[in-house]
Design a protein. Structure first.
Length: 249
């Protein structure tokens, strides 16, 4: 479903953001993309969507990522942005959720069916007609995820999906991700969430792949993670993210 062949990108000739990336992701796989800040996680997603252009080849469901194929590729991909304010641009949650499906030619009845189904799935019916500027950051994050799910894409990209979520909504997102049949690529520093949702992990370091394999094997490798400026997931340290605020220091 996703294929990178020797892909490189830099904002100038002297500084590469990603370099020589080669990997593929099969249909229905759920893959975590991890790494320290600046490792290239968000860049990979933007390259897939044609928002950035580098060297090498990227294919989505067999389609080469190039100018003439971008409309078809973007119909296949749903992208949950890291900053929800950049994604929610209509006045209300309902209008944001219907914008994509209606622009793809779906009827109002089918669009409304999708909206209600997704809102029920996420427990967000009370947000349906709320104004985006009057909801909290966590609510907006959940609404942004709902907006992408209503489009029913074949590939879902998520950039830090658990940011700003309280424990209940975080668990809802994890449960939802695990229920989705689509191919999923999830970039996150929340390694506990990656452990709960992804069977495979790609670890990036300075724009190259430091490890690619079974999630639990990689996330249990303390030396590998520390060598790449990361730490073990909280649950593998013997405590959970919910207890972090009560620890000394």
């Amino acid at each position: 479903m996703i294929e990178f062949q020797n892909v490189s990108f830099g904002y100038d000739a002297a500084h590469s953001v990603v370099e020589g990336l080669c990997f593929s992701i099969g249909k229905g796989e759920s893959v975590g993309l991890i790494g320290a800040n600046g490792a290239g996680k968000s860049t990979i997603m933007k390259l897939m969507l044609g928002l950035l252009r580098g060297s090498g080849e990227i294919r989505v469901d067999g389609l080469l990522v190039c100018r003439e194929n971008l409309p078809a590729i973007r119909k296949k991909i749903g992208f949950v942005l890291q900053d929800s304010d950049n994604q929610m641009f209509m006045p209300t949650v309902y209008e944001d959720m219907t914008f994509g499906p209606r622009n793809y030619g779906l009827s109002k009845a089918e669009t409304d069916r999708r909206v209600d189904e997704v809102l029920n799935q996420l427990g967000l019916q009370e947000l349906k007609f709320r104004y985006n500027h009057k909801i909290s950051g966590g609510e907006k994050r959940m609404a942004a995820i709902a907006t992408i799910l209503a489009m029913e894409p074949e590939v879902i990209l998520m950039d830090e999906p658990s940011t700003a979520l309280d424990p209940v909504n975080r668990r809802t997102v994890i449960r939802t991700i695990n229920s989705l049949p689509q191919t999923k690529l999830i970039a996150s520093h929340d390694l506990d969430m990656i452990l709960d949702t992804c069977q495979r992990v790609i670890l990036l370091s300075h724009g190259t792949i430091a490890a690619d394999g079974d999630t639990e094997t990689i996330l249990r490798d303390r030396a590998l993670l520390e060598d790449n400026r990361m730490e073990l997931p909280f649950c593998l340290q013997g405590w959970s993210p919910s207890t972090r605020s009560h620890l000394p220091g």
